[in-house]
Design a protein around this ligand. Sequence first.
Ligand SMILES: [Zn+2]
Ligand SMILES: [Zn+2]
Length: 305
Amino acid sequence: LPFSLKILGANSATPAYGRHHTAQLLNIGNHHFLIDCGEGTQERLKTYKAKTLKINQIFISHLHGDHYLGLMGLIYTMHLLKRKDDLHIFGQRGLKEIIITQLKYSESRIHYRIHFHELNPEISETLFEDEILLIKSIPLTHRIACSGFLFQEKEKPVRINKAKLPQDISLQNIIRLKNGLDILDDDGNLIYKNTELTLPPRRSRSYAFCSDTKYDASIIPYIKNIDLLYHEATFLADKEEWANLTFHSTTTQAGLIAKSAEVGKLAIGHYSARYKDLSPFLNETQQIFKNTVLAIEGETIDVED
Ligand SMILES: [Zn+2]
Ligand SMILES: [Zn+2]
């Protein structure tokens, strides 16, 4: 199953040097999650040939414009594309009012249902759950209410070892094996131990989105040992004081969070428009945490199982 993150934008306050506002498309199995929706996100979805109508959940971290101003346009385009499926939008208090107000004064009627889910920025709560996946919020420390998002695959079933499977085994017994049970005869005597006919489950993968936030070690328990962390690094290390004042992070601080949380890989982004060359971002962060990549618009980061 795929588990891949498409970067649609990774710049902060103003677009610069061809870099756009924050938006990411996360594909896990059949799910296509949109994370943040900066201005022009729908154009980037088109540019990168994303299946816009397959997005059923949108997660908006906070109400600074660089994270949500593309939402109204996307909602309306989905309507024009004759979307039928319900759309779930997770966002801070006020987002529903903003969207409803725009629809009201344009006298627009959207021909699909939108469900707004208000985040509680103070706590980590479960936002979505199905058989394969769990999505939780992460409380972040920013100038206004802001939440990160954690996407975790659930523990996977054992895999049938086809090479070892007896030919006459019944479907019922295959289901028992998949459920981790042994195979017994009618009297309850052991015929095969589960481990004789199965392989261990594939790894459960995880991704966390943490933007915007000032350096705050209290997020570490939420992201401990995850495979991929996106953490903002708005400024280079020499701007630490300014980063603290504006409730953003530096390269070094993002690296320290990744290192303490012992994540598999770190992707940094939310670059300030003051920087043209991004290579110092990578160099500085890698000095703290080696397995770091830059979030670059149009690039995909895959999480292997
Ligand atoms: Zn921002
Ligand atoms: Zn912000």
